[in-house]
Design a protein around this ligand. Structure first.
Ligand SMILES: Nc1ncnc2c1ncn2[C@@H]1O[C@H](COP(=O)(O)OP(=O)(O)OP(=O)(O)O)[C@@H](O)[C@H]1O
Length: 284
C-alpha cells in the first residue's frame, strides 16, 4: 500500500512521510527517534529483488563522497530489508530543468563537475552506476548535486542479478553498447553526455515515441546539434557533449579526463595568444 507504513518505526527511526516508490520499493522520509535528525528509508517491497537491494546497500556503503547520498545503515526489520540513508531535501535535477526550461551554462557545468567527481570515485572502486539520469539526482537547498539510486549499479563483486538477455538501464540515457549488454565504465560517461545535453538545452538528445525509436537513434548516434537549440552555447560545452556521445566506448572521454577538462578548461586560441603576448610586455 502506498505510504501505508507512515508512523511506523524502522530501527531508531520513525517514518514520517511517504516520498515515492521506485523499481524495488517504497521510500519514506524518517526522523531519528532521539536526535530528530532526518533520513530517507528505502524499504524493499519486492522480495524477489532482495539480492539486488543488498547490492545497492553494499555499493552505497563502499563509497563516501559529498555528491553521493550517504548510506547510514542497512537493517532488516520484520523481514523487510531497509536502506537508511541521508535525506536530500530539494527537487530532482529533472524537475529543476523542467522548472527553468534549461539551466544556465555555468551552473550546469558546475553540477556536472560535482557529479563527475563522484563518478570518478565510483570508477576508481570498480563500480559502474549504469543509471545516471536527471531523476536519479537531487539538488540540495544549497544548489549542490547528490547522486542517488544505486539499484542497478555494478561492482566487481555484484552477483549475476539479471536474466541472460535482459537489458539494464533507462533507454534514453543508455549508451549504444548497453543494448548489447556490453556495459563498462564508459557507459556512465555516455549517460553524463546525455545529462549535460539535457541540462544545457532542456531536451533529451535521444527521444521518441517508442523505446525502439529511441534505441535506433542512440545506435545511429542521431541527435540534434545542441547549438541549434541554444545558439549561444560555448564551444567548450559543445565539444564535451561530442566527446561524451562518442559511439565507440574506447574513443569516448573518460570520467577522469572529463573532470580534468572541467577543472582546467582548454585554453581558447585567443587566450593562448594573449598569454604568449603577455610574455613580451615589459614589466613596469
Ligand atoms: N535520499 C533521498 N532523499 C530524498 N528523497 C529521496 C531519496 N532517495 C529517494 N528519494 C525519492 O524517493 C522517490 C522514490 O525513489 P526511488 O529511488 O526508489 O525510485 P525512482 O528513482 O523514482 O525509481 P527507480 O528506482 O525505478 O529508478 C523519488 O521521488 C526520489 O526522489
Amino acid at each position: 500500500m502506498r505510504g501505508g507504513l507512515s508512523n511506523r518505526t524502522i530501527g531508531k527511526y520513525m517514518l514520517t512521510k511517504w516520498l515515492g516508490s521506485g523499481g524495488m520499493g517504497e521510500v519514506y522520509k524518517a526522523e531519528h527517534i532521539s536526535t530528530r535528525l532526518p533520513a530517507a528509508i528505502k524499504i524493499l517491497s519486492r522480495t524477489d529483488q532482495a539480492a539486488r537491494f543488498q547490492n545497492e546497500a553494499y555499493i552505497q556503503a563502499s563509497v563516501k563522497h559529498p555528491n553521493i547520498a550517504a548510506l547510514y545503515e542497512y537493517v532488516i526489520e520484520d523481514g523487510l530489508p531497509c536502506i537508511i540513508m541521508e535525506y536530500v531535501e530539494g527537487p530532482t535535477l529533472e524537475k529543476l530543468i523542467m522548472r527553468h526550461r534549461r539551466l544556465p551554462e555555468a551552473y550546469a557545468l558546475q553540477l556536472l563537475e560535482q557529479l563527475v567527481s563522484a563518478v570518478v570515485l565510483l570508477h576508481e572502486h570498480g563500480i559502474i552506476h549504469r543509471d545516471i539520469k536527471s531523476c536519479n539526482i537531487k539538488i540540495t537547498t544549497e544548489g549542490e548535486a547528490r547522486l542517488l539510486d544505486f539499484g542497478i549499479a555494478k561492482a566487481a563483486y555484484t552477483p549475476r542479478l539479471t536474466q541472460e538477455g535482459y537489458v539494464i538501464g533507462t533507454t534514453y540515457s543508455m549508451a549504444p553498447e548497453q543494448f548489447q549488454n556490453r556495459v563498462s565504465e564508459h557507459s556512465d560517461c555516455w549517460s553524463l553526455g546525455v545529462l549535460l545535453y539535457e541540462m544545457l538545452t532542456g531536451y533529451r538528445p535521444f527521444d521518441g515515441k517508442t523505446e525502439t525509436e529511441i534505441r535506433v537513434k542512440i545506435e545511429r548516434g542521431m541527435y540534434m546539434s545542441p547549438d541549434l537549440l541554444v545558439p549561444e552555447l560555448s564551444r567548450h560545452s559543445r565539444k564535451l557533449i561530442k566527446r561524451l556521445l562518442t559511439h565507440q566506448p574506447k574513443n569516448r572521454m573518460t570520467a577522469a579526463e572529463l573532470l580534468d577538462l572541467l577543472r582546467n578548461p582548454e585554453e581558447t586560441p585567443l587566450a593562448r595568444l594573449s598569454g604568449w603576448l603577455a610574455g613580451f610586455i615589459p614589466k613596469s
